[in-house]
Write a protein that binds this ligand. Structure first.
Ligand SMILES: Nc1nc2c(c(=O)[nH]1)N[C@H]1C(S)=C(S)[C@@H](COP(=O)(O)OP(=O)(O)OC[C@H]3O[C@@H](n4cnc5c(=O)[nH]c(N)nc54)[C@H](O)[C@@H]3O)O[C@H]1N2
Ligand SMILES: Nc1nc2c(c(=O)[nH]1)N[C@H]1C(S)=C(S)[C@@H](COP(=O)(O)OP(=O)(O)OC[C@H]3O[C@@H](n4cnc5c(=O)[nH]c(N)nc54)[C@H](O)[C@@H]3O)O[C@H]1N2
Ligand code: SF4
Ligand SMILES: [Mo]
Length: 891
């Protein structure tokens, strides 16, 4: 639409696994606007803050637009020939296992299908793994152990129909906001419905919880073992279901019984009363859905956690019926699609098993391929270990940023530096990963690419293009297919478009499938381009012939599992051995997400609105720990262990338990001096799934002493590299950044000019208070504010969102200019405070004002301030402010 205005296109949000439908439209100037698709069954018109801000991330600033070989622009022909040649020669010299692909749940199903086919069927290795290993692998492994297949049994509707929704290891309010809103709406309509949150932190999701269990890290296995024993003791076992459709109950129950109450309370960190309350709630509700995400998956006991949960559901037959079931909510937009095509190193294709010779023969027959990988390939963490040991001679990374997102991230970076040949396909020109690429390939991004994704409830939706390809960017599938052809597999990779790949994939799911495989979308095997373009969202399975008995929304109410005996397996699990703290380490580091950023921020970082909510990496610290360590709120802290250190802002909050800290995963070297948290995380993996334990690392926490703190707003990107600490973010008309310096302070006038990119002789409006150690400078370019620098010996106190909004404003007279120096609006002008509602740009002060003005409910505050009236993602924070205020009022 950049040059073809007036279109309206239905597509799917490229962020989380909720998979919301989006309508993208543009006006005659080509300006894109997005809104929720009212007809899409995932969101019925709702979008969260990230989805609502999609249009702000589509400019071409920073995009990778042309292929490059060793830093020089190259033609596609030259780049693709180089890739094909280097992969072929590595295979010829060192065998197929000397090459690898590391791909992503943000690829479309069609991209993923081609990558998997090339590696497993033509190169003949299974060295293709994906960032889903960091995300969903424990769920996949748990499903396969229990169900014999990687099947998500339920649908989103079940979350609304349940009597009890248990959220464990999930910050749904921030990470799957539209699902959270669906639950919140269902609960408001049916107040009898209950929600339990199980998370060591009291996250914003606690807002809708009737009960929050602040579980000790990795206490989940024990918690659900205790539940299984309770289920049995209370006579809640569905004996008929267990008898007809399962195996292994007695052994699993014995394993659960082996955990006594004292071990249970020690493992979970919960009191006997808390446990009892939870177990009774579970028992009392006929319809229970247990939703889980990374607090479950990203653990050394992740797969056992999944099975401990599933055991409780199959013991009670609470699976596959409306309002029941274990529910793994997927993170990425196409985590599910990747699993379906076989994008993991230990899967084959179309939910077939690499270990199964019949499946291998079947897939090879279907692909008519020269070979077929006959054993699992290297899983992500092992794959990068193999790279570091020189065993991988050529590596292709696509749509993921492993230097930021894999554990032991510095070792990953060193491995890439040492790897003889690295190809990176991305949409942006500078990331912590692409800086190590020998060949850079520009990919199409959201709004440009064309294909399908599968969301958490097995629903396949189209991502449709509505923008022209920028520069020479090309689809990821095209890049893979071209390399396949250049490696000599012309016929197998001769695709004309995404529809052709989708047809082949659909045919593969149905190929010799007599119902023994869950995944079957044979009905799409002959789909033509037009129908593909018009494809409405649908859930798999969708076998040939409408009305086929296998086409349904839910699995397993009547058994029919995909194990050899068609019975679900109770997996006997035991609680993990409680590890003793590493020498010297006093804290457990937990990591995860914030509301308005997506992973490594290559897209959400572009939006000033999304950056306003949280503009800097932080460590959540319990007030008691902070007091003991002499850490003040908003000062800087060093989080360290023998792998390295990071420096982030202290965020002191009782939402955090003592002894634990939480740091977000988002801030990379592109946005901060030293906030890449994965450099601290040990490469410890779950023994079954290979998923790394990203939520539990031993670290030390100390105060980071600085002589000077600073805050800068600038129309041009400020020059921050010389500071010991910095973190930069986009502002509406420029940039904002925090910084700090350890050594003796430089001349502050020179410092301000350097930061703002001005000649050091430039006249500035300045203010210094030697007593408080406060210095402030503002630079004007005619009547416009070019930038301002605030320095202090203590954390800088200015109204940041107000200051950032002044960029680009006119300042005619001196008194208005002094306001900039003061860092706050005139007394008669509102100071929003920190932004809470990104959509409507409403700050905490405005919300507090409304509370003081008598608003006593979230709805009343929304009406008074407009906060929360667009996407609603901030409602839990408004509630938090309301609760805090009411507590203070009551004191
Ligand atoms: N805003 C936003 N949304 C996203 C993403 C994003 O980057 N930003 N990414 C998407 C992706 S790919 C994913 S995978 C999902 C992740 O979605 P979530 O899994 O909901 O998010 P996380 O913040 O990684 O972790 C969830 C919670 O697990 C808790 N936790 C840690 N250890 C334990 C434990 O031992 N037991 C229990 N019960 N809980 C524990 C953490 O405190 C944290 O609050 O989010 C998706 N949605
Ligand atoms: N400590 C810690 N680490 C974690 C996690 C955690 O909770 N804690 N979570 C883990 C999880 S669950 C996940 S999913 C990962 C996510 O981690 P990553 O996958 O590394 O993060 P992204 O920023 O999503 O990386 C996507 C990359 O693909 C690019 N890109 C976007 N669209 C396209 C496209 O269409 N084609 C191509 N070729 N490139 C594109 C983006 O610019 C970006 O560079 O992080 C994992 N790492
Ligand atoms: S919940 Fe938000 S991020 Fe997730 S798909 Fe919907 S709009 Fe996108
Ligand atoms: Mo993820």
């Amino acid at each position: 639409m950049r040059d073809e205005p007036g279109l309206e296109v239905r597509t799917t949000c490229p962020y989380c696994g909720v998979g919301c439908g989006v309508v993208a439209s543009s006006n005659r100037q080509g300006v894109v606007a997005v809104r929720g698709d009212p007809e899409h069954p995932a969101n019925f018109g709702r979008l969260c803050s990230k989805g609502s801000a999609l249009a702000e991330t589509l400019d071409l600033d920073g995009r990778l637009l042309y292929p490059e070989i060793r830093g020089e622009r190259a033609t596609w022909d030259a780049a693709l020939d180089t890739v094909a040649k280097r992969f072929s020669s590595a295979i010829a010299e060192h065998g197929p296992d000397s090459v690898a692909f590391y791909v992503s749940g943000q690829l479309l199903t069609e991209d993923y299908y081609v990558a998997n086919k090339l590696m497993k069927g033509f190169i003949g290795s299974a060295n293709i793994d994906t960032n889903s290993r960091l995300c969903m692998a424990s769920s996949v492994a748990g499903h396969r152990r229990a169900f014999g297949s990687d099947t998500v049994p339920g649908t989103y509707e079940d979350l609304e129909l349940a009597d009890l929704v248990v959220l464990t290891g999930s910050n749904l309010a921030w990470c799957h906001p539209v699902l959270y809103q669906r639950i919140a709406a269902a609960k408001a309509a049916r107040p009898g419905m209950k929600v339990v949150l199980i998370d060591p932190r009291r996250t914003m999701t606690a807002d809708i919880a009737d009960l929050h269990l602040p579980i000790a890290p990795d206490g989940d296995v024990a918690l659900f073992l205790g539940l299984l024993a309770h289920i049995h003791d209370q006579g809640l076992v569905d004996a008929a279901y267990v008898e007809a459709h399962t195996s292994g109950f007695e052994t699993a129950l014995a394993a659960a019984r082996a955990v006594g109450l004292s071990e249970l309370t020690a493992q979970t960190g919960l009191t006997a009363t808390e446990l009892d309350t939870f177990y009774r709630m579970w028992g009392a509700a006929e319809k229970v859905v247990t939703v889980y995400s990374q607090g479950v998956n990203q653990s050394a006991s992740g797969t056992d956690k999944v099975n401990a949960i599933i055991n409780c559901h199959i013991a009670t037959g609470r699976i596959g019926r409306p309002g029941t079931g274990p529910f793994s909510v997927t993170g990425q937009p196409n985590a599910m699609g990747g699993r379906e095509v076989g994008g993991l190193a230990n899967m084959l294709a179309a939910h077939m098993d690499i270990e199964n010779p019949e499946h291998r023969a079947l897939v090879q027959r279907f692909w008519k391929s020269p070979v077929i990988a006959d054993r699992p390939g290297l899983k992500a963490v092992d794959l990068f270990k193999a790279v570091s040991e020189g065993r991988i001679k050529a590596l292709w990374i696509m749509a993921t940023n492993p230097v930021d997102s894999l554990p032991d991230a510095d070792a990953v970076e060193a491995a890439l530096e040492a790897c003889p040949f690295v190809v990176v396909s991305d949409i942006v020109a500078e990331t912590d990963t692409i800086r190590h690429a020998h060949v850079k390939l520009p990919s199409l991004g959201w709004g440009e690419k064309d294909g399908t994704v599968t969301n958490s409830e097995r629903r396949i939706s189209r991502q449709r293009p509505f923008l022209p390809a920028p520069g020479e960017a090309r689809a990821d599938w095209w890049q893979m297919a071209e390399v396949g052809r250049r490696m000599g597999y012309e016929a197998a990779f001769n695709y004309t478009d995404a529809a052709a790949i989708f047809r082949e994939y659909a045919a593969q799911t149905a190929f010799e499938n007599d119902g023994s495989r869950d995944l079957d979308i044979g009905a799409c095997a002959e789909i033509n381009r037009e129908s593909y373009d018009a494809l409405s969202p649908f859930q798999w399975p969708l076998p040939v012939g409408e009305g086929d008995a296998r086409s349904r929304a839910r699995f397993f109410a009547e058994g029919g599992y995909y194990t050899a005996d068609r019975r679900a397996c109770f997996v006997s699990v035991s609680p993990p051995i409680k590890d003793t703290a590493a020498a010297g380490a006093s804290f457990t580091l937990n990591t995860g997400r914030v509301r308005d950023h997506w992973h490594t921020m290559t897209r959400t970082g572009k939006s000033a609105r999304l950056s306003a909510h949280i503009a800097e990496a932080f460590a959540e610290i319990n007030p008691r720990d902070a007091r003991q360590l002499g850490i003040d709120d908003a000062s800087l802290v060093r989080v360290a262990n023998d792998r390295g250190e990071i420096v982030v802002r202290a965020l002191i909050t009782p939402r955090q338990q003592p002894g634990n800290i939480f740091v977000p995963m988002h801030w990379t070297d592109q946005w901060a001096s030293s906030a890449r948290v994965d450099r601290l995380v040990a490469p410890v993996v779950d023994p079954v799934s290979g998923q790394p334990a990203l939520k539990k690392t031993a670290v030390t926490l100390t105060k980071f002493e600085t002589s000077i703190y600073g805050f800068v707003i600038s129309r041009m990107k400020p020059a921050l590299e010389t500071f010991d600490y910095w973190a930069v973010a986009r502002a509406q008309k420029g940039w904002r950044a925090e910084f700090a310096h350890v050594g003796a302070p430089a001349d502050s006038h020179v410092l301000a000019c350097d930061l703002l990119g001005l000649d050091s002789g430039t006249a500035l409006l300045s203010f210094t208070d030697p007593q408080s150690g406060l210095t402030r400078h503002a630079a004007f370019d005619g009547v416009h504010l070019a930038g301002a620098v605030y320095l202090s010996e203590r954390p800088v106190e200015v109204s940041r969102s107000w200051a950032a909004d002044q960029l680009g404003q006119d300042f005619e007279n001196l008194s208005s200019r002094w306001r900039v120096i003061a860092g706050r609006p005139a007394n008669d002008m509102p100071d929003k405070g920190a932004i809470v509602c990104a959509c409507m740009n409403v700050g905490a002060n405005e919300i507090l004002g409304a509370i003081r003005g008598g608003c006593m409910s979230v709805d009343a505050i929304s009406k008074a301030t407009t906060a929360g009236t667009n996407c609603g993602s901030c409602k839990s924070e408004i509630k938090g402010l309301l609760d805090e205020h009411q507590i203070i009022a009551a004191e």
